[in-house]
Design a protein around this ligand. Structure first.
Ligand code: NAP
Length: 357
């Protein structure tokens, strides 16, 4: 039974990243799936060559991820479904949540750390952070309240986050589903247990989980601090452990994890992020093995034209000739694969990734 991902390491994400950061050094990860005679298994693998993969009695099995996508399909609405979508109120996961609402209906619980707050009276509406900072500076000057640049920035970000949450909730409701925002840090075990118990008593058992919460703290592996690694692991790895601890996988019909092509191919500066996502992939494979009726999809997304890909990151990808996934297209792919994709194909690489970069 899969109740946590504590026994997986994510080291495959690390070795793929180190191959990019330290090209002079050969790094590989073997995950031993059969511990009955590890010495013999390793000796057999040494004879059959190197590579990241699962090492069992049959030798080394390399990771498999499909690239073929399910064609667009029509699905029946399911008003009784209750989805928990972490990170679903903002960023690219919000676009996916809205598309899911349009196709299926039901109840959609969106979880994120941001709190909802009213837009300050008298402050012009804007989605541009620079403009908003300027407006807040002007407002604080006029009102005689002194705010430091750090406070102005924090306030601007919180207001924009709240506005984005309101927009997502409204779009989901307009699409025909019922959206509920849960202010929740997925990395906080006690908070997850309490919030999900309350939500399920109100809306019924959660039947679908989309784990999209994530943060970046990019830095070369040699310069990484433990605190940065923990920051990246908290939403993805601790978050998933906390959720699976609070709701039993046996009640779920669908599970989707938002991983990154960085986990599958490695990416400079993203050792921790690649590891955290590799752990999600490992959890996805394990869930699929343990619960055959559960539909599991791990999306190793290439870069999207949205979310954490800001203008400077977008320029970086464009300079490398890597096209961004248009948000509408990514959301459609997500729903088609989640609901109608090949059940056997757990992991999917979506978008033109940076395999050779
Ligand atoms: N955009 C891409 O190109 C891309 C590519 C590959 C993979 N992905 C994956 O797709 C997912 C969404 O990415 P994005 O680009 O939309 O990022 P984003 O715009 O930065 O959004 C991240 C989301 O995660 C939530 N979140 C972060 N920490 C959380 C926590 N501890 N508890 C609950 N919610 C938390 C954030 O909400 P709060 O800030 O309110 O908590 C936000 O809704 C991530 O898992 C990312 O790794 C994205």
């Amino acid at each position: 039974m899969v109740q946590s991902i504590e026994n997986a390491s994510g080291l495959d994400g690390l070795s793929r990243t180190l191959r990019k950061e330290w090209p002079e050094c050969q790094t590989f990860t073997w995950t031993l799936t059969d511990m009955s005679n590890p010495g013999a298994t390793i000796a057999q693998a040494l004879r059959s060559g190197f590579g990241d993969g699962e090492l069992g009695t049959q030798g080394l099995r390399m990771p498999q991820a499909g690239e073929a996508l399910a064609p667009p399909q029509v699905f029946d609405a399911d008003g009784s479904s209750v989805w928990l979508i972490t990170g679903g109120a903002r960023g690219v996961t919000a676009a996916c949540a809205i598309e899911l609402a349009r196709v299926l209906g039901g109840t959609i619980l969106l979880a994120g750390r941001s709190t909802e707050m009213a837009w300050p009276a008298g402050l012009a509406q804007t989605q541009d952070i620079k403009t908003l900072r300027g407006l807040l500076v002007e407002q604080s000057r006029q009102s005689g309240t002194r705010m430091s640049p750090v406070e102005i920035d924090r306030s601007a970000r919180a207001l924009l986050a709240s506005a984005e949450i309101r927009e997502t909730v409204a779009a989901i409701n307009t699409a025909g589903a019922h959206a509920v925002y849960l202010p929740l840090d997925a990395g906080d075990r006690a908070a997850v247990i309490e919030a999900l118990a309350v939500a399920q008593s109100r809306y019924g058992p959660i039947t679908g989980l989309v784990h999209g919460a994530g943060v970046l703290a990019d830095k070369l592996a040699a310069d990484k601090t433990e605190a940065e690694l923990r920051r990246v692991f908290a939403p993805k790895v601790d978050g998933l452990n906390n959720i699976l601890g609070a709701i039993g996988p046996e009640q779920l019909k669908h599970v989707a994890f938002f991983s990154s092509a960085a986990a599958f191919f490695g990416n400079r500066g993203q050792a921790d992020y690649a590891m955290a996502n590799a752990l999600l992939a490992s959890a996805g494979r394990s869930l699929a093995r343990s619960y055959p009726s559960l539909r599991v999809k791990v999306f190793h997304w290439g870069p999207w034209a949205g979310g954490m890909v800001d203008a400077s990151l977008a320029g970086h990808f464009e300079a490398q000739g890597i096209p961004l996934i248009p948000v509408d297209e990514g959301a459609r792919i997500f729903v088609s694969e989640l609901l109608g994709g090949d059940r056997e194909q757990i992991e999917l690489v979506v978008g033109e990734a940076w395999a050779a970069a």
